[in-house]
Write a protein that binds this ligand. Structure first.
Ligand SMILES: [Zn+2]
Length: 138
């Protein structure tokens, strides 16, 4: 059974949620600069187009919106009531894709971290670890 696409109103609401994710990206780039890290943004040549990455140092950072990437156990990882099947399938696909991309990067010798949008207070700690060559997941 194929899940229906959401109605235009729901789509518009979700699009607004997506745009809000940029605030945490700005925070991450500020902390990276602060820590003296060099990086490129939205590196399309790497699996999953990491939001921040350094190919020579082999680290990648994904900044994930809790809604779109369905952050496990997070209050922001809600499922819209209308077209529930569509969203459940979409979130499952998103999470699988994330896991696949992380696995590819790890196999290529990258250290990978995920910064969730609800984890503003953890940004510095996580980024410090990855720059110190330790991998932190989820
Ligand atoms: Zn979250």
């Amino acid at each position: 059974m194929k899940a229906r696409r959401p109605d235009p109103e729901t789509s518009a609401r979700m699009a607004r949620v997506r745009r809000k994710g940029t605030k945490i990206e700005t925070m991450v780039s500020t902390v990276l600069r602060d820590l003296g890290a060099h990086y490129r943004k939205n590196v399309k040549t790497l699996p999953g187009s990491p939001d921040f990455a350094n190919r020579s140092k082999r680290w990648a950072v994904f900044v994930n919106g809790c809604f779109w990437h369905h952050h496990k156990g997070c209050a922001r990882a809600t499922i819209p009531k209308s077209n529930r099947d569509f969203w459940v399938a979409k979130f499952r696909d998103n999470r699988r894709r994330d896991a696949r991309n992380t696995a590819r990067l790890l196999r290529a010798g990258y250290r990978v971290i995920v910064v969730w949008e609800c984890q503003e207070d953890q940004i510095r700690g996580k980024l410090t670890k990855i720059l110190e060559a330790r991998s932190v997941d989820a």
